[in-house]
Ligand binder design. Structure first.
Ligand code: HEC
Length: 111
């Protein structure tokens, strides 16, 4: 019986750590939030402008509602949307997760 306590403590610690890790992996809310402003700056601003109003390559993304933006991005991803210059956007959209697109949509809608 004397040996039990020192054994139980590390065991219960290991168990609670393991349970904690499982809970983290299973909880979608625990996924780190998308840093949409940084993502936009790094991957989109060069062509669309910091405020989304550049029109040299495409229609401005500024002014799109979150829902329109999301539909267009999902369209590029699924290759069901786009004009004559869509190839680059299809590649870019393919690298974005649904969470990325959702985060970017909320950001772009406020530009
Ligand atoms: C290399 C330049 C380039 C980059 C970088 C780029 N785009 Fe584009 N984007 C374009 C071009 C060109 C078009 C027009 C494509 C077409 O013909 O459909 C476009 C179109 C779009 C449209 C559709 C506009 C509309 O109303 O039809 C959206 C939305 C968009 N881009 C969002 C993004 C987002 C978000 C990013 C960053 C993840 C991004 N773009 C990065 C060049 C770029």
């Amino acid at each position: 019986m004397k040996l039990t306590l020192p054994l139980i403590l590390p065991l219960s610690l290991a168990l609670s750590l393991a349970l904690g890790a499982t809970a983290l992996a299973a909880d979608p809310a625990a996924t780190p939030a998308v840093d949409a402003p940084a993502l936009y700056k790094a991957k989109c601003a060069s062509c669309h402008g910091a405020d989304g109003s550049k029109t040299i390559l495409s229609k401005p993304v500024k002014g799109l509602s979150a829902e329109d933006f999301r539909k267009k991005m999902l369209g590029y991803k699924a290759k069901t949307y786009g004009g004559s210059k869509k190839a680059g956007m299809e590649k870019l959209a393919a690298d974005l997760s649904d969470a990325d697109i959702k985060g970017l949509a909320a950001f772009v809608a406020k530009l």
